[in-house]
Design a protein around this ligand. Structure first.
Ligand code: 0PR
Length: 378
């Protein structure tokens, strides 16, 4: 730390200069992120609750009330009138709490979790932390987990099975209805990781695949407001079907204004909860439908032109995530990077992955296709 003080004006001027060197979603070049520019109201709401701490919620009863309201609105969207939960630091913490609850409820000596091969890498961290053996079930041609394979892996040590509604790499939706039946048959916890898809699927046009509490076997769901919920980071969401499961992760907090905590993080901001609350209010179902429709329209524009241009799609996108291949796909991804595009190269599928978030406008998609065609010849 420097010895002398500096003026806030100078420090902010320096930060502003540095900030200009970071990428910005609004430039339309970030095609590899599940985050986006938060809604303008999210920023204002965040500011209002800037110093609130939900880790000691007796001091911030209003922020705590906002959290209960966000949880109840999202639980409602997920087909439950009574699910409970928290706004946490992100999908990783949400998944952690779900698996911890399942582990504590089942109380097995050598716990195992059956995961789709496509599960988010947070589960690797979680199994590592909780000393759980991860067992990976294979996928079908559409990159969805095979329910029969999941069932075959269930044994007396299994504490949970997991399905993903919107896989991180391809946006695939696992057959959660089939998994729910399996979960009921074996009386095992089914957790659905809808970190991304939870705020997309309910707003899609037409028939939507069931993935939430409307299916009896689903005991917990992750849905992150800081992804397609346009809330400020950090805002993940964990939802449990009933209080009993939640009680399995309760920790006594002997000297705080609250008697218990359920989250992993202790001190946690109420600001992102306020931002999520404000976005839900401002957009409503109608606003989310419009936003999702726009993302899906741009997704369709891109897939149509990718196919026309001779690229092959790994699968027809169900959500606003596309995986495609050309010849020498890794090289192509590098060329795109040289041209200023941020795409992911997914080595296990040898594909380029693009996430068509709300910050991608039609003109960005057009410019991307133009550069992609040019990059192919380099
Ligand atoms: N579950 C799923 C299905 C996810 O896609 C992710 C993250 C998580 C859980 C974990 O969520 P947190 O990162 O909030 O803990 N998905 C993104 C990914 O890994 C996260 C991300 C977002 C990465 C923005 C990069 C980025 O620029 O792709």
């Amino acid at each position: 730390m420097q010895q002398k003080s500096s003026s806030p004006k100078d420090v902010l001027a320096e930060l502003k200069k540095q900030r200009a060197l970071d990428q910005k979603y609004r430039d339309g070049r970030i095609l590899c992120s599940m985050c986006t520019t938060p809604h303008p109201v999210a920023k204002k709401a965040f500011d209002l609750f800037f110093e609130s701490n939900l880790g000691d919620s007796g001091l911030f009863p209003v922020a705590a009330q906002l959290e209960r309201e966000v949880v109840s609105q999202l639980a409602n969207l997920l087909g439950s009138e009574s699910a409970c939960g928290f706004i946490v630091s992100g999908g990783t913490e949400a998944n952690l709490l779900a698996i911890l609850a399942a582990k504590n409820m089942a109380n097995k000596e050598r716990p195992e979790v059956v995961l789709p091969q496509s599960a988010h890498f947070s589960f690797t961290k979680i199994c590592n932390m909780l000393n759980i053996k991860p067992v990976y079930a294979p996928l079908d041609d559409a990159y969805r987990v095979k329910p029969a394979a999941v069932e075959a892996f269930i044994n007396r040590n299994t504490v949970a099975i997991v399905g993903t509604a919107g896989t991180p790499e391809l946006g695939a939706i696992d057959p959660v209805d089939a998994l729910a039946k399996i979960a009921l048959r074996h009386d095992v916890h089914l957790h659905v990781d809808a970190a991304f898809g939870g705020l997309v699927i309910p707003f899609l046009e037409g028939t939507k695949p069931p993935f939430d509490f409307s299916l009896d076997g689903v005991r917990s769901v992750t849905v992150d407001p800081h992804k397609m919920g346009l809330a400020a980071i950090p805002a993940g969401g964990i939802f449990f079907r009933d209080q009993k499961t939640l009680d399995a992760i309760k920790t006594e907090t002997p000297y705080l204004t609250d008697s218990y905590q359920y989250t992993f993080v202790g001190t946690r901001t109420g600001a992102s909860t306020a931002s999520a609350w404000a976005v839900l209010r401002v957009l409503g179902r109608e606003g989310f439908q419009k936003m999702v429709a726009q993302c899906m329209k741009n997704t369709r524009y891109l897939t149509k032109n990718l196919e026309k241009g001779g690229f092959s799609l790994l699968c027809k996108p169900t959500l606003n995530i596309i995986g495609f291949r050309g010849e020498n796909t890794k090289h192509l991804a590098d060329q795109l990077r040289n041209r200023g595009w941020f795409v992911s190269y997914v080595s296990r599928y040898d594909c380029i992955r693009i996430v068509v978030m709300p910050h991608i406008r039609r003109r960005d998609a057009v410019a991307f296709m133009r550069d992609l065609k040019a990059a192919r010849t380099e």
